[in-house]
Design a protein around this ligand. Structure first.
Ligand SMILES: Cc1cc2nc3c(=O)[nH]c(=O)nc-3n(C[C@H](O)[C@H](O)[C@H](O)COP(=O)(O)OP(=O)(O)OC[C@H]3O[C@@H](n4cnc5c(N)ncnc54)[C@H](O)[C@@H]3O)c2cc1C
Length: 344
């Protein structure tokens, strides 16, 4: 997303940028996403949620996201809704196909299946594919974000941020196709007793559940729910619906009594039947990356800008370290900032 946004903004400012896209389609992970572009309600909330993140970068997202969303509308991207459905956040939700088409049109010159060799603005989406492969985890993102931007920046003297071992994680019931990345996510750890392969309780998850997914031993767990939990709502569906999706995509769903260990006592298991769903940690995007300043300039270890090099989106780290935030918001805000810095 960040590359398309930067090009769209640069073209609007009178430049003639080209977006070099390694994949066979534009839109990156943004196209596969739920399309909710959001921010925490205040800078204080943001920093409390992502305490390892750079306050100056977080500030720009909080202060500029709303204007950036209005700017998307001037390009022709009408949101589906103007709220996120989560009282902790504010933002808008888009049809990601429409958003991609609008941005491609505004960016102008988008060349598919052309990995970059030289770049002024790095926006390759982080290194989720590489991290997933190295850790033996599932990937829930575009397949092309291998860390090419990170490697390019580091080779030119860039510093890296905190959070290189962190990722935005979601639990999936197994390997699923791209079109099921959103619908198959098992997003109900808060209603479940989460157990490892020995039946040990893995504890509670934060509201976004990404923290828990990152600490699943061996990248897997059992989510055990009771009849009451099955009736709980998760966004516009119920936990029972999500368990049905797990079953439909070939996931392992069983009566909890069939698990190969004794289930610990828990207030979460009160009303029978108890259902166990096998889940696997999936990498959606990475959190650490190239160090940038609040003008999207890539910095070296001395805090000096690396000449002629900017980064945006998940290639730029240090925004969400220690927590969870909107990767789409970071891509939108810093994509625009990168274009403005490049043309100043
Ligand atoms: C299923 C799913 C649901 C999500 N839901 C949300 C949500 O609701 N809200 C939210 O805020 N975030 C969400 N996200 C995360 C969000 O999509 C990402 O944070 C965001 O897309 C990151 O933007 P980006 O520009 O850094 O990367 P991308 O959008 O992935 O774009 C990076 C692009 O770089 C290309 N690329 C990689 N290497 C090269 C190279 N060497 N040369 C040229 N091109 C290259 C890739 O092919 C890709 O097109 C979701 C992600 C997924 C997968």
């Amino acid at each position: 997303m960040a590359g398309l946004v930067a090009a769209a903004r640069a073209r609007q400012l009178g430049a003639a940028p080209a977006v070099l896209e390694k994949g066979d389609r534009p839109g990156g992970s943004m196209l596969l996403s739920s399309g909710v572009v959001w921010r925490h309600r205040s800078l204080e909330d943001f920093h409390e949620e992502c305490p390892g993140g750079d306050l100056a970068l977080q500030r720009r997202i909080v202060e500029e996201l709303d204007d950036a969303l209005d700017w998307l509308e001037t390009l022709g991207a009408e949101p589906l809704t103007r709220e996120t459905g989560n009282p902790l956040t504010v933002g808008r939700r888009y049809d990601t196909r429409v958003l991609t088409d609008v941005l491609v049109r505004a960016a102008g010159d988008v060349r598919l299946e052309e990995p970059f060799s030289e770049a002024g603005i790095l926006a390759t989406g982080g290194f989720g594919a590489r991290l997933a492969r190295e850790r033996g985890l599932l990937l829930r993102a575009n397949a092309w974000s291998e860390g090419d931007g990170l490697d390019y920046g580091v080779a030119r003297g860039a510093d890296v941020t905190a959070g290189l071992d962190e990722f935005y994680g979601r639990a999936l019931p197994g390997r699923v196709g791209e079109s099921e990345y959103v619908s198959a996510a098992q997003l109900y750890a808060r209603h479940a007793l989460v157990l490892d392969d020995e039946g040990r309780d893995l504890g509670e998850a934060a509201w976004h559940e990404s923290d828990l997914v990152q600490r699943l031993p061996g990248g897997r767990a059992w989510y055990v729910v009771d009849a009451r939990a099955l009736r709980q709502s998760v966004r516009e569906r119920t936990v029972a619906d999500l368990v049905d999706v797990a079953r439909a995509v070939g996931g392992e769903v069983r009566a909890a009594e069939e698990l190969p260990f004794a289930i610990p006592e828990s207030p979460k298991l009160a009303e029978r039947p108890f259902v166990a769903v096998r889940v696997y940690a999936a990498v959606t995007h990475t959190v650490g990356g190239l160090r940038i300043d609040d003008r999207a300039r890539v910095l070296d270890q001395g805090g000096r800008p690396v000449p002629g090099l900017l980064a945006a989106g998940a290639d730029a780290g240090g925004i969400f370290a220690g927590g969870y935030g909107s990767g789409l918001a970071a891509a939108l805000v810093f994509g625009r900032i990168a274009a403005e810095t490049a043309l100043n």
